[in-house]
Design a binder for this molecule. Structure first.
Ligand code: C5P
Length: 299
């Protein structure tokens, strides 16, 4: 094989509950991840040296194209554990907003793991890929698995759960929020007290997902990172308010933000909601969930 293409989805967190910071500097989480059908497309070709280019209709200027990009870090990680001596040139066509709380960079890393494993014929197992993924970033294992998963630990310990489809409108924002800054702002807002994490997501959330009931899901959506994201970017409150005005069942900050996501009743309601944002001058995209994780496109 001299060239392979891999697709990887964006994600939203339906529930994101943040516990205390541990000694490694990470916060313990209880989250429910869901992959959405907003796709990153990564192509990898055999080459003498590593290189990376990006394209797409999202803001691209803050993406590093050197070894600090998780795509090249992922390829280096595969080299390290397999001893493979090759390199690759990568191209990523991006649809997931950059620095937006939807894990686009983590999706690219997951895509790169699968791509070089196929390109180089190194045949890593899913367990090995998940181990490398969790070294690369807390959200990368989820991007390999996709669909709907409870995340614990840093978010890297996953348990699959069932979900019927849901319909969302994603409204990216023209700014980036740094994930470490959002977490440290949460610590500042909380002072000394971090609430203990529940052992599991609420039964109401799990039941709503299983039954595909958008009205029942709406009141279950929680995000502890919304308060710090709003403290850092107060202007996103007006986007959340607009979503409520337009009749979204619920609106929330996605992950560490600042992208906002809105829950619709069904595909028709989703289209009307997206039109409403458009009319008010906001770029909005329709997304449905759950979507599969990073996967190789065949031939
Ligand atoms: O794991 P990842 O490299 O994506 O995390 C980026 C940063 O986000 C971490 O360095 C940390 O500051 C913060 N983080 C955290 N707790 C988590 C996940 C991320 O504090 N569970």
């Amino acid at each position: 094989m001299t060239s392979v293409t891999v697709k990887a989805p964006g994600k939203i967190n339906l529930a994101l509950q943040v516990g205390p910071k541990n000694s490694a500097g990470y916060h313990d989480l209880l989250t429910v991840f869901q992959a959405v059908d907003v796709w990153e497309t990564l192509t990898a070709e055999d080459a003498a040296e590593f290189s990376l280019t990006v394209s797409g209709d999202v803001v691209l200027d803050e993406i590093p194209l050197d070894e600090s990009n998780l795509v090249i870090a992922a390829a280096r990680a595969v080299q390290r554990v397999t001893g493979h001596g090759g390199a690759a040139s990568f191209h990523v066509d991006k649809k997931v907003p950059v620095g937006g709380g939807m894990a686009g960079g983590s999706a690219d890393a997951a895509a790169a793991l699968i791509a070089v494993d196929a390109l180089w014929g190194t045949n890593l197992s899913q367990v090995q890929l998940l181990e490398l993924a969790s070294e690369l970033g807390s959200d990368v294992p989820f991007m390999l698995e996709g669909y709907t998963q409870i995340g614990r630990g840093r978010g890297h310990l996953l348990d699959a759960i069932e979900s019927l489809p849901f319909f969302w409108v994603v409204v990216p924002q023209p700014l980036h929020l740094s994930t470490p800054l959002v977490y440290s702002t949460l610590d500042e807002l909380r002072g000394d007290g971090s609430p203990a994490l529940p052992a599991s997501p609420s039964q109401g959330l799990l039941d709503a997902l299983f039954a595909g009931e958008a009205h029942a899901l709406a009141p279950e959506l929680v995000n502890d990172l919304a308060a710090p994201a709003l403290a850092l970017a107060p202007q996103i409150q007006s986007v959340l308010d607009l979503g409520a005005q337009l009749g979204a069942l619920a609106g929330m900050v996605s992950g560490s933000g600042p992208t906002c996501v809105f829950l619709a009743e069904d595909a028709n309601h989703q289209a009307r909601l997206a039109d409403g944002f458009d009319t008010e001058g906001h770029y909005a995209l329709c997304a449905s969930s759950p979507a599969r994780g990073a996967h190789l496109l065949r031939g």
